[in-house]
Design a protein around this ligand. Structure first.
Ligand code: NAG
Ligand code: NAG
Ligand code: NAG
Ligand code: NAG
Length: 553
């Protein structure tokens, strides 16, 4: 297996903090800010630390920085018990999967069994103490791979498609902020997942995307994000926005970690028939990683509105030229520009709102009907809007810039699955796919597109449910003048704020996209060039917890 053959090499490459060198078998502890899943498995297998130690260390790290960053809403009451059980199994030589004993945080819109003592609320008090029927399918899969579900990450409430609030704000979790600049925007809606992955509050995290909600926070927090093709990962048990666009994927500190987590959560699920469309067998995403993957690859650069400052500010644009040189240096054949003729239609496409709002109405109704108990008695988007209006103290932050509270819920409430809706579904799919991404790949005979993170590409790939992988590209320059858009409004433009590079391809091309991202990552290692600011950097390390009782931390 590639996993095993790479192990010694990777352990040697990663920064390892060694605290004692006097004994021959002295334990070495990976720095939890960077530790990869491979590092952690090596240390766990060698007996240098346990999964209980890992959980204690991550919980302490969360407690340290959460008052500043608000990245986590809740932590599991059973994580230590899960860890102890997995430690005991490891001792007996039983490893149930590649994530055995590895703590993972998941976005708060992903259902977790109530036995763990955690809510599933999408950040809203409207779902506080609601009872889910059980784990979401992807959580079951994580557990089957051995993962410990450590807690729930904060998010833009309702994954940003309910009330209109700042990125990373939820009623229950407060305002998530970026660890690379005080008060910086962590982007959304998987804000807490991006932040937690960035500074090592867990080994990796899960997010969800409808339009940009994995890729933007991954990009803006200096981590790798994978937005899988819609239908690669089951949405059963996930609070929905749009069945046509929603997808669940990993945010992680390396492409390899993202590939390990994606391999664990991908797969068909009879409870989500969109997963019927995926190939019969889940590809081995780890085996696909190859630092020579870009040799001979045909890569196109779509420009036009995607990178035009008249339409959108793209902080990564100045870094693109150097990235293209690297990609070319790795043997790729670059077509630049490889423009997408229909791209400007994004600016006036009314089908998007029609599809997402209609899906939100009916998807939310179905989700709420699946719950075993809802103390607030909300059963529809209209009920949630009414709840928000009745509880402005809980559900409406006092910000001048955000007044149109229930915009999406109000729009959704009157939608119907009529001819206009079904036509809009078709328009979106074709605009993103046949006339969009498929068309440009075919016209220029390309394997993939590459460009800095830009909202319009996230939008286009969202329409047709196509995959994107983002990998760290750079940071806003140190002499950037911070742009403050209002009191308490997260800051987008500031020194040191990260941005990512996107690899975009056709449906179910994740193996290819991951391998290109891996080749680029191995050649550049941009993530390692900068760390979070002091107060956003957790200090607890394994050395502080190994051999100590958690109560003494
Ligand atoms: C949800 O959170 C509340 C308040 O923190 C807590 O009392 C309750 O036990 C949690 N619910 C579940 C199912 O864990
Ligand atoms: C899934 O099943 C529903 C209900 O049977 C059906 O209307 C829908 O077209 C199916 N969707 C897909 C993508 O197979
Ligand atoms: C950006 O778009 C504007 C308006 O369409 C156009 O005038 C301008 O030439 C474009 N800029 C570039 C660099 O293509
Ligand atoms: C785990 C944790 O720190 N949760 C906090 C999340 O944010 C809310 C609102 O700020 C706090 O009340 C929780 O304690």
């Amino acid at each position: 297996m590639l996993f095993r053959s790479l192990l010694p090499f990777l352990v040697a490459l990663q920064p390892v903090l060694s605290f004692s060198t006097s004994e021959p078998n002295a334990p070495t502890y990976p720095d939890l800010y960077e530790a990869s899943i491979t590092d952690l498995q090596a240390g766990l297998d060698a007996g240098h630390f346990t999964s209980v130690d890992l959980v204690n260390a991550y919980l302490a790290r969360i407690n340290e920085v959460n008052p500043v960053l608000h990245a986590v809403i809740e932590t599991s009451q059973t994580a230590l018990k899960q860890a102890a059980r997995l430690d005991a199994e490891r001792k007996l030589g039983k490893k149930i999967g590649p994530l055995h004993g590895i703590p993972i945080l998941v976005k708060d819109n992903i259902g977790t069994r109530i036995q763990d003592g955690m809510n599933t609320t999408a950040g809203s008090y409207a779902l506080l103490n609601s009872v889910v029927p059980g784990d979401a399918t992807i959580i079951e899969k994580l557990r089957r791979a051995g993962a410990i579900i450590l807690g729930k990450a904060n998010l833009s409430e309702w994954a940003a498609f309910g009330s209109v609030a700042p990125d990373g704000w939820s009623g229950r979790g407060g305002q998530t902020t970026n660890p690379y600049y005080p008060g910086g925007n962590a982007c959304g809606s998987s804000s807490g997942s991006g932040v937690s992955s960035a500074i090592g509050l867990a080994a990796a995290t899960l997010g969800t995307e409808t339009t940009g909600s994995i890729i933007c926070p991954a990009s803006r927090n200096n981590v790798v994000g994978v937005k899988p093709t819609v239908g690669l990962t089951s949405r059963k048990g996930v609070v929905p926005v749009s069945e046509h666009q929603d997808t669940v994927g990993p945010l992680a500190r390396s492409v390899m970690d993202a590939a390990i987590v994606l391999s664990a959560i991908a797969g068909k699920d009879s409870a989500d028939n969109y997963t019927d469309a995926q190939p019969a067998k889940v590809p081995d995403y780890l085996a696909a990683l190859n630092k020579d993957a870009l040799k001979g690859a045909r890569i196109g650069v779509p420009r036009g509105i995607f990178l035009n400052e008249t339409y959108t500010h793209v902080p990564g644009t100045p870094a693109l030229a150097d990235a293209l040189k690297v990609i070319q240096g790795l043997g790729a054949i670059i077509t630049d520009p490889a423009d997408i003729p229909v791209a400007e239609e994004i600016l006036t496409n009314e089908a998007f709102g029609l599809v997402v709002e209609t899906d939100l109405k009916f998807g939310m109704q179905k989700y709420l009907a699946s719950l075993k108990k809802i103390p607030t008695d909300v059963h529809s988007v209209a009920d949630i809007a009414a709840f928000n209006n009745a509880h402005p103290d809980l559900e409406q932050p006092a910000l001048d810039a955000y007044t149109n509270w229930n915009l999406f819920f109000n729009l959704a409430a009157s939608m119907e699955r009529n001819d206009a809706y079904f036509n809009a579904v078709k328009v979106n799919r074709e605009l993103g796919g046949l006339r969009g991404i498929d068309a440009v790949l075919e016209q220029y005979n390309l394997d993939a597109l590459v460009l800095p993170e830009t909202i319009f590409m996230l939008t286009l790939a969202g329409y047709c449910g196509y995959p994107i992988v983002t990998v760290p590209l750079g940071f806003q320059p140190d002499d950037t003048e911070p742009v403050v858009n209002g009191k308490d409004v997260p800051i987008d433009t500031a020194p040191g704020m990260p941005f990512g590079l996107l690899f975009v391809g056709k449906a179910f091309s994740e193996s290819k996209l991951l391998s290109y991202a891996y080749a680029y990552e191995q050649a550049t290692q941009t993530r390692l060039k900068r760390r979070a600011y002091e107060k956003a950097t957790p200090k607890t390390q394994l050395v502080d917890v190994v051999g100590k009782e958690c109560g003494k931390l």
